[in-house]
Design a protein around this ligand. Structure first.
Ligand SMILES: Cc1cc2nc3c(=O)[nH]c(=O)nc-3n(C[C@H](O)[C@H](O)[C@H](O)COP(=O)(O)O)c2cc1C
Length: 354
């Protein structure tokens, strides 16, 4: 098993990654992050044609700036696209996904949320068959799941996702502050200390990155921070709500309600999601019936603002982590990567002088 730098030779340390947020993280965001020396990720939804288009955009952008052009796998001499692509196995068919992976050969294939934890082994084996050099990254939120996946799926990297994370995650979880070191200890005890770990969940600036590295992570995945990038695909009111939000533990909450707003949830039972406590959730807290909340939601999302509003008054889900209070302005993804990387380095050099 190789180090992260060997796996991703164009990247700079500390490794920063944008989360593969389906519908939000497309080719523009991913290429900007990769070209800034991070790992740019595209999030796949259900539509493989839309995914092909986004990967094509990223490939084109990366090719134009050929310094971090397609990377060569040291093992085979074959080229990989220096981009990651994230999939949600519970919602997708392998038969639909594998041709896309074979066609583009992304450096990283990110897997999150199969129907049951055993699904990772099936997906990892199938992906390795069509693109043996692509690295398999798995995001999960418990020590037990980390051990299970390490044994069954032989991931190249595990991303430990803390409960503070925006979007979907384990309903029951700990923050990375204990999850990551506990998982690292357990993995080392069982002979898996060679699997690099990265951290996600409420990391939004250099302080969070430095902390994650101190906990034993080799890199960091940020989602919410990139919702305030220029390259992200996001409704302006969604982005305005993210910028406005303060006191992340108060204005966000974990709930299964967000997956039930359109109708019955399609997510596997162990997952819920963290989002802003918008009007739909406030109604839920006050005991308004689910059917009524759904009706108001579905009316609102048909409108021009698609149910997004500032002031926590919207009805559509606004996925965001507790780090949302640290996200204050929209910047280019390159600037985010470079600033956060430098902040982390400065903090780490200050701390080592203590
Ligand atoms: C808007 C949004 C959409 C997300 N969509 C996905 C997704 O499609 N696939 C996935 O693996 N993770 C998804 N996530 C979770 C991220 O992988 C990651 O765990 C999270 O963003 C980290 O927490 P942070 O948002 O506080 O940085 C999403 C997160 C957000 C905020």
């Amino acid at each position: 098993m190789s180090t992260l730098k060997e796996q991703l030779p164009w990247t700079s340390s500390p490794l920063l990654v944008n989360a593969p947020m389906a519908g939000f993280a497309g080719g523009k965001l991913a290429s900007a992050v990769t070209l800034a020396g991070g790992l740019g990720m595209i999030g796949s939804g259900f539509d493989m044609d839309a995914l092909r288009k986004e990967i094509g955009i990223a490939a084109e952008e990366v090719k134009r700036s050929s310094s971090s052009g397609p990377v060569t796998s040291s093992m085979s001499g074959r080229t990989l696209l220096p981009i990651g692509v994230g999939f949600l196995p519970f919602a997708l068919k392998l038969d639909d996904v594998l041709p896309v992976i074979a066609e583009f050969r992304p450096a990283v294939v990110w897997l999150f949320a199969p129907e049951s934890v055993d699904g990772y082994a099936e997906w990892a084996a199938a992906v390795r068959k069509v693109s043996p050099e692509s690295r398999i990254w798995v995001q999960l939120g418990s020590v037990a799941a980390a051990l299970h996946v390490a044994k069954m799926a032989r991931p190249d990297v595990l991303c430990l996702q803390g409960a503070d994370a925006g979007g979907h995650g384990f309903e029951r979880g700990a923050s990375v502050i204990s999850l990551l070191p506990e998982a690292a200890d357990a993995l080392a005890r069982d002979g898996f200390s060679h699997i690099p770990l990265v951290a996600s969940g409420a990391i939004a600036d250099g302080r969070g990155v430095a902390a994650a590295l101190a906990l034993g992570a080799q890199g960091v995945v940020m989602g919410t921070r990139f919702l305030a990038s220029r390259e992200v695909n996001v409704h302006p009111l969604y982005q305005a709500a993210v910028l406005e939000a303060q006191d992340g533990g108060q204005v966000t909450t974990r709930s299964k309600l967000f997956d039930q707003l359109r109708g019955p949830s399609i997510w596997p039972e162990v997952y819920d999601g963290r989002a802003l406590r918008t009007q739909s959730h406030k109604d839920f807290e006050c005991g308004v019936r689910l059917e009524e909340i759904q009706k108001l939601h579905n009316e609102a999302v048909a409108g021009e603002d698609r149910g997004f509003k500032t002031g926590l008054e919207g009805r559509a889900a606004i996925w965001a982590g507790t780090g949302v209070g640290l996200v204050k302005e929209v910047k280019g993804a390159r600037e985010i990567v470079e600033t956060v990387r430098q902040e982390a380095k400065d903090i780490l050099s200050k701390v080592t002088k203590l």
